[in-house]
Design a protein around this ligand. Structure first.
Ligand code: ZN
Length: 448
């Protein structure tokens, strides 16, 4: 038998319902998918020919593109069930001070690794194959992004990494974070599966001197983009105004930090002129409804989301993008009168996120069209109502749960609910041990 190179191998998936939102062919009730070189080669009614190396009968399962989380914080994966802060935060800044800025200082190498593993596994379990992460472990900086890339590689996932730079832990920590971002950028800027971005926590925790310093460093680099929280709370805008700028976006733009590879997150309190700056620079907005609801910071206006073709992220709240789209729909609906137009969250997830990932990774990600990366979430979904081209949104947001199979670059990473080459038990056990230690450090430190 001829030895077949894994990459050039031709695999044919047959007997599947293909749901390819916003794709060239958007729905096939009983079709097949041909994969070669890690890419989708063809979808439709394909005859199983001799030239195919492997045929896999999906027996009526439903295939969606592998999904993308456009803003996550894997470092918060061990926060599930964490003790409440003793001080009962009353506003957004206090939530940061009493919860997240204690957690991100308590993370060491082992707990960071356990967070990455548990968080990425959670995403993969829900058919999310590309994660755009914003990382913060303020006392474990050097090598933390390399560890993220290595961990994502074990899962076969696409990862974007950025380290959150801030002034709040002193000049050495800021410089170390900048060095980590630049080192990661230079290592991975040409990678197909790892997309480095330059991480900034937020405008209000960075001085003009720090922004200038970042801008000076980036003058030596190419193809960079920043990843930053913007106007998540009114306090961020107020801070920018106090420093003499008209807004957070105008401040970042005045240092030349916004460009077509840049991600600006939240935008809840944007001013009307901010949209113009974002359009001019080509920067991309990402909306995170469940986190915004949780933090009670308000809602990103529907018009802004529509106008800027915003992406969808979870801000560390979960790895389940179908749930995020459903929750976004419900959170917004609860604030709208009957008959008012909402936001089409499925559009954010299946149209805008693929556009963002395709631009950042510089290859086609997030659809099942020919030429796209063969990343797929395959559901053993037995609908109780008719499934057709016109109602995939209802079925995917309100019917489907976890996929039975997940594929990236043409390889199964989950097959019949089993992770391939990875021990789920081991990862969960490690996460339990590390979360205990982490919570203890948080209590011993600043939470008392
Ligand atoms: Zn965030």
């Amino acid at each position: 038998m001829m030895h077949v190179n894994q990459n050039s191998k031709k695999t044919l998936l047959t007997h599947c319902r293909i749901v390819n939102p916003y794709g060239e062919i958007d729905f096939i009730e009983n079709g097949s998918i041909l994969i070669q070189d890690g890419l989708i080669k063809e979808i439709g009614q394909i005859e199983s020919a001799n030239t195919v190396d492997e045929t896999i009968d999906l027996k009526g399962k439903t295939v969606l593109p592998g999904m993308i989380n456009a803003h996550s914080h894997l470092y918060s994966a061990l926060a599930t069930g964490m003790p409440f802060p003793k001080g009962s935060p009353t506003n957004f800044t206090e939530i940061l001070e009493q919860v997240w800025w204690i957690l991100d200082r308590a993370l060491d190498k082992e707990s960071t690794k356990a967070s990455y593993e548990a968080g990425l596994m959670d995403h993969l379990r829900y058919g999310v194959t590309t994660v755009i992460d914003h990382h913060s472990s303020q006392n474990y900086i050097k090598g933390s992004l390399q560890l993220l890339a290595d961990t994502a590689d074990q899962f076969g996932m696409n990862i974007s990494g950025a380290f959150e730079m801030t002034d709040r832990n002193g000049a050495n920590t800021f410089q170390g974070s900048l060095d980590e971002n630049i080192r990661f950028h230079n290592t991975y800027i040409d990678s197909a599966t790892v997309r480095p971005l330059i991480g900034l926590h937020a405008s209000f925790t960075l001085s003009d001197e720090s922004l200038q310093h970042i801008a000076d460093q980036l003058k030596h680099e190419t193809n960079w983009g920043i990843h930053v929280h913007t106007a998540e709370d009114k306090a961020d805008q107020t801070d920018a105004e106090k420093r003499g700028y008209s807004s957070v976006i105008q401040r970042l733009d005045s240092f030349g930090l916004l460009n077509e590879n840049s991600l600006v997150i939240h935008g809840i309190h944007f001013k009307p002129e901010d949209s113009e700056i974002i359009k001019r620079t080509g920067a991309m907005l990402v909306h995170n409804p469940s986190s915004n609801a949780n933090n009670r910071v308000g809602m990103t206006p529907s018009k802004l989301i529509e106008n800027l073709n915003a992406g969808l992220g979870t801000d560390g709240m979960q790895g389940n993008m179908l749930a995020e789209a459903k929750e976004g729909t419900l959170i917004r609906s609860s604030h709208l009168p009957g008959g008012a137009a909402g936001v089409h969250y499925a559009e954010l997830l299946f149209r805008n996120n693929p556009a963002i990932a395709t631009k950042l990774f510089n290859r086609k990600i997030g659809k099942l069209d020919p030429g796209y990366s063969a990343d797929m979430a395959i559901f053993d979904y037995r609908p109780r109502t008719v499934f057709h081209a016109g109602n995939w949104i209802g079925h995917s947001l309100f019917g489907m749960d976890k996929p039975s199979d997940v594929m990236t670059a043409g390889q199964f990473r989950i097959r019949d609910y089993e992770l391939m080459g990875i021990s789920e038990t081991e990862i969960l056990n490690k996460a339990q041990v590390q979360s205990n230690k982490l919570w203890k450090r948080m209590e011993d430190g600043v939470m008392e």
